[in-house]
Design a protein around this ligand. Sequence first.
Ligand code: UD1
Ligand code: CA
Length: 475
Amino acid sequence: MAKVNESSKSSKILLIMQNKPLNILILAAGKGTRMHSNQPKVLHEIGGQPILRHVINCAKHLNPTKIIVVYGYGGEQVKQAFQDENIIWAEQKEQLGTGHAVQQALPHLDSESNTLILLGDVPLVSTAACEKLLAQADNQLIIQSFKKTDPTGYGRIVRNEHGKVNAIVEQKDATTSQQAINEVNTGIMAMPTNHLSIWLQRLTNNNAQQEYYLTDIVGFAVADKVEVNAVTIDDEWSVTGINSKQDLAQIERVYQQRQAVDLLQKGVTLFDPARIDIRGNVETAKDVEIDVGCIFEGQVSLGEGVKIGAYCVIKDATIAAGTVIAPFTHIVETTIGENSKIGPYARLRPGTTLGNETHVGNFVELKNAQVDTGSKINHLSYVGDASVGKQVNIGAGTITCNYDGANKFRTVIEDNVFVGSDSQLVAPVTIGQGGTIAAGSTITKNTPAEALTLCRAREQKSIAGWKRPVKAKKD
Ligand code: UD1
Ligand code: CA
């Protein structure tokens, strides 16, 4: 919202030459009965973000001086979800119609600005289409319309014999001939705020639904000789509101398809663009390959030539060039260096950092572990709260015992250590550089560098002629 804070002369001139300042109003008071949910409708998610977040993001791209959200049902919960945003909240206690909703925001609108009205349940709203409306909004009422094959339920755009917009008539108030009009109101519109505030005062609920219709302002504009125009948009998804779980699922697919196309256009190889889910942001370099069924969440960065196998879940992670993630691997809050091999079936938990050329194999769980260049943990291990040096080999079934039931302790494994299979390293403990831990050891004290340390309960012995117990036969 830098526009108002700009103080340099040149930017002030720019401001005058361009549009007036912009207030954006988002209508989000609807209860969303058809979602059959305790959660307010606008908090249901598309691409891992609340529906309303997508609308707010669109609004932010338009550089408004204010974003005002009209809220109603589940208000506190909705406000809570957007604490991080600079939003003015206007409550609509009773839902008496879209015009009534806009009236609730009126005290916050600046009369010298333009107002753009968006709907809080239309997540794929197009920034470019809004810019198109705003280019004309300085002294007009400008409506976004859409040509719908089946216009049932929508407000119809009624034009006069010269093709000029005369009115918007709601479904329930429309005559049979008006019902045949297939140009409908998308609900998105823009206008000079000073006109809007006057028109809002004239609204009545004298109509079929006894609601205060925002759409009645079209008639007032015509009466006031303010120019009214409708801009038709082609992309149906960008005007589609979510009213049911079916709508939510459908829009989610459209959203994901668009994310996939985005990645393809950047040169990513997707084995099947219909089988990837991005719930956040994926940054990619050249020659990245992603197999089917992967889910990316939060902020993920994939370096050049990174390959992601099938059915991986990757959240808030950075994976450097040349690294291969084999199928069914789960990675959260982890950084992985170059040319490493991870998985299949590996689990990398928060705080994990892997250096270059590291190997982490199947059924290995790492948590808050820092593993340096060239080290390998290839099978069935738990390494948590640990620092692992360079060129370390950790054998199958090794466990860092980092937790005594109340406190967590660190394990330090220095460079060139070899830990034999099925060892327990009871933290706090340091395994000295170049040392070897014999298989099956339980290590509770620091071990010296370059030595073999073994700690087994008993020496091995064999009892000749020993017989296995036999099951008693039932009669
Ligand atoms: C409205 C338009 C209609 C248009 C349609 C597009 C009016 C009178 N009609 O229909 O011309 O074709 O949108 O979808 O404006 N809302 C509130 N408070 C209310 C009522 C609604 O905040 O009291 C919000 C809803 O949360 C929603 C939006 O306004 O985001 C549209 O409401 P909805 O009931 O879906 O639209 P209609 O009034 O049926
Ligand atoms: Ca409705």
